[in-house]
Design a protein around this ligand. Structure first.
Ligand code: NAP
Length: 263
């Protein structure tokens, strides 16, 4: 989408940046000139993506971080600023999810997902505030899911946590606009990744069922989502704040009352 290096001199942290969609954001932002800190619990997930970025001529630092632990999150931000001298962009992408009916969901299962998605997003945003505020520049992008402002039977923990992040997106956008920090979100539909398939698409017909609900009749491509993220974090989107953009091929609206296809 962009040809010029719109993120030249910018430094970005991407949580969960070693795998799946986080890796797609990392590669795209690096190609557009950003220097990156990738953060998640397992260095084995981060190092291959960092190596890939370096092989393409980019700069990437792996910082082992559990976003549920505030001290580790503060360390992530501190190490990024020590290494690169600044922090401009934060993508809150780390998440956990699994299928379970609410009536069978344990308290621990609920807490695990809410801790990563809702608490982790706040800890990372809060820790990123100081370096962003001190330079009067910041872009925070939260990765939601298309059900964040709806419902998701089978993943009430994720749905409730993402809805909380949506409310956080809007609220921080208002509070931190005075520091030239913009806070936006993207809400993806189905973008096949190893993580999503292994945790959420458990039956042989899961993929076919998911496809059936998508008016575009295909899954999303990682580069489509990465381009949207790049736009929202770029200075081209400077007047967009507190927004969430759904990217799901129209699936969110596909709940017809009538059998319209057979009219
Ligand atoms: P994924 O590859 O499993 O990504 C999840 C990432 O989060 C992993 O890199 C994982 O790394 C990291 N993570 C998990 N717990 C963490 C913790 N406590 N601290 C730090 N990092 C942690 O799945 P994905 O499909 O790419 O999902 C990426 C984002 O897109 C998520 O926010 C997800 O909710 C959202 N999303 C995806 C889809 C889709 O269709 N794929 C649809 C809607 C929304 P470690 O294991 O190394 O910690």
């Amino acid at each position: 989408m962009f040809r010029e290096p719109i993120f030249r001199d910018r430094v970005a942290i991407i949580t969960g940046g070693g795998t799946g969609l986080g890796r797609a954001f990392a590669l795209r932002f690096s190609d557009l000139g950003a220097r990156l800190a990738l953060a998640s619990r397992d260095a084995g997930h981060l190092e291959p993506t960092c190596a890939e970025i370096r092989a393409r001529g980019g700069e990437a630092l792996a910082v082992e971080t559990d976003v549920r632990i505030p001290e580790q999150v503060e360390n992530m931000v501190r190490r990024t600023v020590e290494h690169f001298g600044r922090l401009d962009i934060l993508i809150n992408n780390a998440a956990g999810n699994f299928l379970c009916k609410a009536e069978k969901l344990s308290y621990n299962g609920w807490r695990a997902v809410v801790d990563i998605v809702l608490n982790g997003t706040f800890y990372c945003s809060r820790a990123a505030l100081e370096p962003m505020k001190s330079r009067q520049y910041g872009r925070i992008l939260n990765i939601l899911a298309s059900y964040a402002d709806g419902a998701s039977p089978g993943t009430v923990h994720s749905c409730a946590a993402k809805a909380g992040v949506l409310a956080m997106t809007r609220t921080l956008a208002v509070e931190w606009a005075r520091y030239n920090i913009r806070v936006n979100a993207v809400a993806p539909g189905s973008f096949p990744t190893e993580g999503a398939s292994s945790r959420l698409w458990l039956t042989p017909d899961a993929e076919v069922r998911a496809l059936r609900g998508i008016p575009a009749a295909r899954f999303g491509r990682h580069e489509e989502l990465a381009d949207l993220a790049a736009f929202l974090c770029s200075d081209y989107a400077d007047y967009i704040n507190g927004e969430s953009v759904t990217i799901d091929g129209g699936a969110k609206w596909n709940h017809p009352v009538f059998d319209w296809e057979n009219l």
